[in-house]
Design a protein around this ligand. Structure first.
Ligand code: ADP
Ligand code: MG
Length: 308
């Protein structure tokens, strides 16, 4: 991937508000066609970073290039191929869905028809409805459509699914994946680790204005000492519990033993082929495996929960 030039490149960007250093010397490259996620808790600096990249806020230091253009000099040009969905889009409420799309389209020389946009975000039945009558998920889809009116190559989405129910979140995910399949580049922020894991090709884990790690979801999980935890229910104590291959840690919890493994396949194979004298003491009906998640990684990196 790195032989291709990044569509967006940020070098050493920083931003301070009074006493809060919201963004600290952050470096970031986003490549064409990828969904890149900034994942972090509230206050991590995600919105500030995104707004700096969008040219909506001026950083104290650093430079940003989009398609090789310096945003300090070429913002007008950059606006033509980038689309922005703000974290809390306050769309004028006494206007109808199709009308607001037509209004936004009129700002651009080249734009997609409002009917096409309405279809893309599945708001056909709401096309004549007032914005204020839309549900949270429908408003969020309208905000996405508004970011898409000029058919931008790069889309910035700030917490596109925050506050939505699971079905509405999935609808938004589908729209984002459709955009990716059309070759768009998407930079989004989220504090949902499942969203980052499901949608993003690469993720930057952010906390207190800094990027702690960048990688694909699989690369990130590999940074943890434990790939998965196997919970074994003991019918009788097994003392000592045999040291199985791959095991990084063993914890006792009442009648359970928790085996943290760095190689799930290897450890499971060994567990299932223990000699009968040992295996008869294990209740295999109650064997549980939980794979490590980005949430575990976040706690490991920062000592904090992702959602506070
Ligand atoms: P996130 O989007 O990850 O929740 P933000 O970028 O909104 O984080 O905020 C990062 C930090 O900067 C927070 O501590 C926030 O309170 C502070 N902050 C953001 N915008 C402003 C502002 N306009 N004035 C003062 N402080 C701000
Ligand atoms: Mg935010």
């Amino acid at each position: 991937m790195n032989t291709i030039s990044p569509v967006l490149e940020a070098k050493q960007i920083s931003k301070k508000f009074q006493k809060v250093q919201a963004v600290k010397s952050l470096n970031l490259s986003v490549y064409p066609g990828e969904i890149f996620g900034l994942l972090g808790p509230n206050g991590a600096g995600k919105t500030t970073t995104l707004e700096i990249l969008e040219g909506l806020q001026v950083p104290d230091t650093g430079e940003i290039f989009m398609k090789g253009l310096d945003i300090r000099k070429h913002l007008q040009e950059i606006r033509k191929f980038s689309g922005i969905q703000l974290q809390s889009t306050s769309i004028y409420e006494k206007i109808r869905v199709k009308e607001v799309l037509d209004l936004f389209s009129s700002y651009y020389k080249v734009s997609t028809s409002s009917d096409d946009l309405i279809a893309k975000v599945s708001l056909q039945e709401k096309s004549r409805s007032l914005v204020k009558t839309l549900s949270g998920g429908q408003k969020q889809r309208l905000a996405l459509a508004l970011a898409m009116v000029h058919d931008p190559e790069i889309l910035f989405l700030d917490e596109p699914t925050t506050g939505l129910d699971p079905q509405a979140r999935r609808n938004i995910w589908q729209i984002i994946l459709d955009l990716k399949s059309q070759g768009k580049t998407i930079l989004l922020t989220t504090h949902y680790m499942d969203e980052a894991e499901q949608l993003c090709d690469r993720i930057a884990i952010m906390d207190a204005g800094e990027i702690k790690l960048i990688g694909t979801p699989a690369e990130l999980i590999k940074q943890l000492p434990v790939e998965a935890t196997i919970r074994v229910n003991l019918l009788e104590p097994i003392l000592p519990f045999p040291t199985l291959p791959g095991i990084a840690e063993i914890k006792e919890e009442g009648k359970y033993i928790k085996l943290g493994t760095r190689d799930l396949t290897q450890t499971l194979r060994a567990l299932l082929t223990l000699p009968e004298s040992i295996s008869q003491k294990i209740n295999f009906h109650d064997l549980q495996i939980s794979r490590s998640t980005l949430e575990d990684l976040f706690i490991y990196l920062t000592g904090k929960q992702l959602r506070e």
